[in-house]
Design a protein around this ligand. Structure first.
Ligand SMILES: Cc1ncc(C[n+]2csc(CCOP(=O)(O)OP(=O)(O)O)c2C)c(N)n1
Ligand SMILES: [Mg+2]
Length: 351
C-alpha cells in the first residue's frame, strides 16, 4: 500500500493512479519502524481518512445508497496490523470494511465505485459498502451479520494449516460482535486445533448506540479467550506503532504453530454507527476530546516532525492522497450503473 498515490495501475478498475499494493507484498520485520515506514503508515492512514470523508460527502449527495459505515478514527488498527503481515496472509472483517480493503491494497477506485453501485466496483455494483471481496489481495469481505465473519476467519486459518503453510488469518470483529455465541465456538475450535488466527477486537466503545460498558460483562475483552487458553492483550489502537508491535508478536506466535491470539484494540469511531445515527448516546465533548488528544494521524504527524521529516514532505503526501481520493470519486461517478442483465450473473458458481 505504501507509495500508493504515486503508482500506476493497469487493472480495469484503476488504470491511472490507484494501485496500492506494495505494502501487502513487503516482508514485515519485527524491528522498530524506520522513518520511511512511519511515513508509509502516515500515508496509508490518511488515504483511509480522506476516502471515508469523501464517501460521507457522496452519501450526503445521494450518490451512495443503503448502508455505509465509516472507519474514521480507527485507521491505526488496520494500518498497523497490515504492516505486520505478508504475502498470502488473509483478512476478513465486518461491514465497517472500507479501511480494511484499502489497507490490503485494494484500489480506491474499485471500492468507491462499489459504494456508488457502479459496474467498476469490486462486486460490479451489486454488493455495496458491506459486500466486497478480493481474492488477489486475500480480502474475504465485508460481512453484514454481526460476528458472522469470525467462523469464516477461523475457517481461513484452518485452510492455512491444512495446506501446511505458515500463513495467518486476521479476523476482525467489533466490541459488540464479541458477545456472539459463534465467536466462542470459533475460539474453541481455533484453540483445540491450534489454528493460526489472530482475533482482532476493534473496541471502539460502542455497538450502534450501546456503550460497551452496558453490553459486555467481565473486566476485559482481551481475556475472553482465557477459558480456551488463548492469550490476549489490550493494545492502544490509536497508536499505529503500538498496533504494529502487537501485530508482530501475535503473528510470530501464530506462525510458530502455537495457535490463536487475541488483540483487543482500544479505539474510537468519530462518526456515527452508520450514516443515520442520532448520536444521542455520547456527548460532543467525548468525541472532541478523543480527536484532539488521541487522533492516530495527528499524533504520527507530530512524531514525524520530531524525527525531522520536513513539512514539505508531509504536505506532498497530503496532496497525493487528496488526488488519489478525488480520482476515485471521479471514477466512481463516471462508471456506468450495471446493466439489468447483471441481475443474473455472479449468482451461482458450478465447481
Ligand atoms: C446478528 C446481527 N444482530 C444485529 C445486527 C444489527 N447490528 C448491526 S451493527 C451492530 C452493532 C455491532 O457493534 P460492534 O460489533 O461493536 O461493531 P462496530 O459497529 O462498532 O464496528 C448491530 C447490533 C446485525 N447486523 N447482525
Ligand atoms: Mg463497536
Amino acid at each position: 500500500m505504501a507509495g500508493a498515490a504515486t503508482q500506476k495501475s493497469t487493472s480495469s478498475r484503476g488504470k491511472s493512479t490507484a494501485a496500492r499494493s506494495t505494502r501487502s507484498t513487503k516482508k514485515s520485520t519485527s524491528s522498530e519502524p524506520s522513518v520511511e515506514q512511519l511515513v508509509d503508515y502516515y500515508r496509508d492512514m490518511l488515504v483511509i481518512r480522506r476516502f471515508e470523508e469523501k464517501a460521507g460527502q457522496l452519501y450526503g449527495m445521494g450518490l451512495i445508497g443503503g448502508f455505509c459505515h465509516l472507519y474514521i478514527g480507527q485507521e491505526a488498527v488496520v494500518v498497523g496490523m497490515q504492516a505486520a503481515i505478508g504475502e498470502g496472509d488473509t483478512v476478513v472483517t465486518s461491514y465497517r470494511d472500507h479501511g480494511h480493503m484499502l489497507a490490503t491494497g485494494m484500489e480506491a477506485r474499485g471500492v468507491m465505485a462499489e459504494l456508488t453501485g457502479r459496474i467498476g466496483g469490486y462486486s460490479r455494483g451489486k454488493g455495496g459498502s458491506m459486500h466486497m471481496f478480493s481474492r488477489e489481495k486475500n480480502f474475504f469481505g465485508g460481512h453484514g451479520i454481526v460476528g458472522a465473519q469470525v467462523p469464516i476467519g477461523t475457517g481461513l486459518a484452518f485452510n492455512h494449516r491444512y495446506r501446511g503453510s505458515d500463513r495467518v488469518s486476521l479476523t476482525y470483529m467489533g466490541d459488540g460482535a464479541v458477545n456472539q455465541g459463534q465467536v466462542y465456538e470459533s475460539f474453541n475450535m481455533a484453540a483445540l486445533w491450534k489454528l493460526p488466527v489472530i482475533f482482532i477486537i476493534e473496541n471502539n466503545k460502542y455497538g450502534m448506540g450501546t456503550s460497551v460498558t452496558r453490553a459486555a460483562a467481565g473486566p476485559s475483552l482481551a481475556e475472553r479467550g482465557h477459558a480456551y487458553g488463548i492469550p490476549g492483550e489490550e493494545i492502544d489502537g490509536m497508536s499505529v506503532t503500538a498496533v504494529k508491535a502487537a501485530g508482530d508478536k501475535a503473528v510470530a506466535y501464530c506462525r510458530a504453530g502455537k495457535g490463536p491470539y487475541i488483540l483487543e484494540m482500544k479505539t474510537y469511531r468519530y462518526r456515527g454507527h452508520s450514516m443515520s445515527d442520532p448520536a444521542k448516546y455520547r456527548s460532543k465533548e467525548e468525541v472532541n476530546k478523543m480527536r484532539q488528544e488521541h487522533d492516530p494521524i495527528d499524533s504520527l504527524r507530530r512524531v514525524l516532525i520530531e524525527r525531522k521529516v520536513d513539512e514539505e514532505t508531509l504536505k506532498k503526501v497530503d496532496r497525493e492522497v487528496k488526488d488519489l481520493v478525488t480520482d476515485a470519486a471521479d471514477f466512481a461517478q463516471q462508471s456506468p450503473e450495471p446493466d439489468v442483465a447483471e441481475l443474473w450473473t455472479d449468482i451461482l458458481v458450478e465447481a
